[in-house]
Each structure stands twice: as structure tokens, then as C-alpha cells.
Write a protein that binds this ligand. Sequence first.
Ligand SMILES: Nc1ncnc2c1ncn2[C@@H]1O[C@H](COP(=O)(O)OP(=O)(O)OP(=O)(O)O)[C@@H](O)[C@H]1O
Length: 484
Amino acid sequence: PALKNGRRCVFLANPNTNPHNSRHMEEEGHINGTVQYCANTKCCTGFYRLMDNQTVAELLGCDVVKQDCPKSTCSASRNYHNYTTCACSSDLCNGNITWNPEKENPESERPYYTPDMLKTVIATIASIGVILVLCSLVVVVSCRHLFRVNEVKLYPSFPKERRTSLCSCNHLIYSEIDLTSMKLQQIVGRGHYSSVWIGTYRDAPVAVKVFPKGHMREFTSEREVYFLPHLAHPGITQFLGAGRKLDSSEWVMLLELAPWGSLHSFLTKNTCDWKSTLKLGESLAEALAFLHSDFIKHGLHKPAVAHRDLSSSNVLVKVDGTCALCDFGCSTILHTSSSPQNWQRTADVMKRSILKATSLYMAPEFLDGCVNLSSGVCLIQGDVYALGLLLWELCMRCSDLFIGCPVPEHKLPYEEELGANPSVEQLFSHVSEKRERPSIPKHWQQGSVLHDVLLDSWDHDSEARLTAQCAKDRLATLRLGHST
Ligand SMILES: Nc1ncnc2c1ncn2[C@@H]1O[C@H](COP(=O)(O)OP(=O)(O)OP(=O)(O)O)[C@@H](O)[C@H]1O
């Protein structure tokens, strides 16, 4: 029922609008033609798409979010990824919006909000996020039209692939979550760009990755990976949401908590029997194979992603004894594009970020700079080299592979030969020039599946390396037997 003398708002739901959103708005009051009689609010709202700096109404009606709307007319100045929104407090005020775009304004100039404004901003961003989903649906429909065939590919082929990056990779949902019910308890990791805490969100345990001011770029690139379609996989750390801390300009990412922490700290404290080692190794290879996969499902494109910073600190151990990948801050989404210009841009970004990756796990072709950046395949092959080192690290802590002799302390790859912190020059000489690899204990049968998986993953010839899927399949053949 409408409030007596209640607010009347213009109602409009553009056909592109997500039915879910328009349904929510319809529930806010009785609709008669283009007028809605609000049942719960004195505020009208409007979501407008920005096209060539003109506003086009997408969804108008009574406000769904409970907020104050001090202005009697509908005006807006902020551009939320080509959308803007307003709330106003006079009858039919949402039918016309006054659009005064604010200056292009990066994060640093973000204003401090009063509590009321803050509520509005959070509500608005949440709503805009939902609306962006609508847009992605539109994109998806076009994508479906363009690419009717569902396919799964291990290696993306560049640049002749005709799928464009427009296809679903751009459908980022920038809605922020309300962090008031987040609590930080204990710091568990400090990386180059962030600190990671154990905490709670709405009383549930979570990992909280806090990016200090100045590391917005790392936050954004990592979030971009998590937002890719179909990324939900047991081998990819689950992304639960992101937001900005109210009391500071830090960005925060909430992630599924891996109670065992990183593979590095797990292996430092524990040895494993063969079965558990295999479980960790197989799940790790499977996770990487999934990250590298490129497929379209239900009309949504999951592009291949190269992790590019694999290390035992960026692999987590979950309660069920499997591995999950984390830290996608250096990752490259291998957007397929038919435009050479687009590909060149991607290659430039890649060149810049090669320097950021952890050099210990860097493949020889990256250490000597002789990598062919004309395609993204080299990045995928670089990940497989790192996978080989990680499998070695794992096996070196497997008690069943050291029967009759003590299991060695956990060591990083090349630590034995080059010490704990080798320089890039030392690694270059050892790994690229001398083509050395971590030493495999003599009693591990030469020619065994395990032996071959290691050699074929870290092969000097990047083209000769296994795919992550192939490594996973070979490890799976070991699962039933106890042999290596
Ligand atoms: N979801 C999680 N659950 C438990 N521990 C985690 C989680 N995510 C990260 N960590 C811990 O925090 C550490 C740092 O995390 P992460 O690698 O994501 O941060 P970073 O700042 O990107 O680090 P880097 O220096 O590798 O770029 C990890 O090595 C791990 O020990």
C-alpha cells in the first residue's frame, strides 16, 4: 500500500534492466503507468547511464535503499563507470536529472563523507554494482551471438583468436561491501603490497588483505582477476568481497581463510606422507590448469590467466589438505584480441610487471630476458616451470620418499646451492646459463612418473614443458599406487 500522501516518483524500467532490480523497485509501491506511489520512502531515485556525457534513464522509481534525500531535485556529479545516480525528495523529481560531472578525480582526492553521505555512497555503489551486472548481461547476450560454440582450451592462441576482451572480462562489478562488521584479529602475512590478517566478517572467520594507500593499482588488478566469470574453483582462494576502510584510505579484500596458511609455512612445520603429498601436488596442478583454461560457459568467457608470481608463499593449504592459489596481484589476464594494438598494450604491461614477480621461481627465459612476448603462452609456460619447483618443494618434505633417512628441513628451490636470498644475477648464471635445477635425491627412481613430471615441468625449453593439466593427469596416475 502507498503511504497516505506518500511520495510519487516517476517509474521506468528500461528493458535492459536486470529483472531482479526492477522487481525490487516495483515492490516499493503501487505503479500506475509511469507513476509509482511509494509505500516505504519519501525518496525517489534514478539510475542513469552516461553516454557521451548525456544521461539516459535506466531505472527510475521509489528508492529501494533507506536513505535520506535532502535535495528536492535530482542531481548527480559522480561517474560510476558510465553510470550515475541520484535521490531526491519531491514528487516526480527523479524524472529529470541535472548532471554536473565532477573533475576527473583519482582516488587521492576522494572526499571525506559525512555519515549520511556515506550511507548514500555505499547504497549507491551497491546499486550501481547491480546495474553493472545488467550491462554485463547485455554484453553476454552479444557475446553469445558472436561466439556460439562453447569450448575449453588449455592454451590461448594469440593474436589470431577472434574473441575480444569486451567479452565478459569487462563486466567488473565494483560494488563495495560494508566493512563495519569486519574485525581484524592477528596479522598472518606481510607481502610487498599488502598485509594479510585473520579476522571475522559478520562473525565468520575470514582472511583480510589490507592494501595501504598507494597500492590501489595492485588492489585493482587482483580484484579484476577475482571478478572474472567462472573463477569459482576449489583451487582458487575464494573472494568474498572488497571495500574501503571507513577510517582510512586503505582498501580491503575479504578472502576465504586458509587455516594452514601458505604452503611455505605449512612445509616448514610439517612433513607429509605420500598420499597427502600427492593430494597437495595434484590439487595444485589442477588449480593452475584451471587458471590457465580458457572457456566459454553459459555465454560467459573465462579467459586464461597467467599467475606470474607462483611461489610457496602464494599457494595456500586448505583444511581439506588441498592447495589453493592466491595473490593475483601480478597476474595477467590473457584477453584475446584481434587488434594488434590491444595485444601490444598487453605485452607492454607484461614487460613492466615481469620485474615484480618473485625471481626465485622465474623461468630461465625470463631471467635471461629472451622471452617471446608475441603471445601470452610464454607466461603460461613460465607458470609451469614454477609448478615444477613447487612440486619438488613438496616432495622434499614427503616422509615416504625418505624412508630410512631423515626428511630434510624445508628449503626453497636453489637455497641449498645459492643460499636463502640469491640475486637475480646468481639465478641467471645458475638456472639460465648452467641450466641447473634443484637436485633430485638419487634414490628417487629415475624414469619414474614423479621424476619425469619434475623434469618435464622445468624443462629449459619452454615449448617442451608439460601443460599444468598434463602434470595434473600424470600425478593422478600415481594416486592409486604407492610407487613414485
Ligand atoms: N586467504 C588466506 N588465508 C590465510 N593466509 C593467507 C591468505 N591469503 C594470504 N595469506 C598469507 O599472507 C601472505 C601474503 O599474502 P599475499 O601473497 O596475498 O600478499 P602480497 O602482499 O600480495 O604478497 P607478495 O609479496 O607475494 O606480493 C601469504 O603468504 C600467506 O601466508
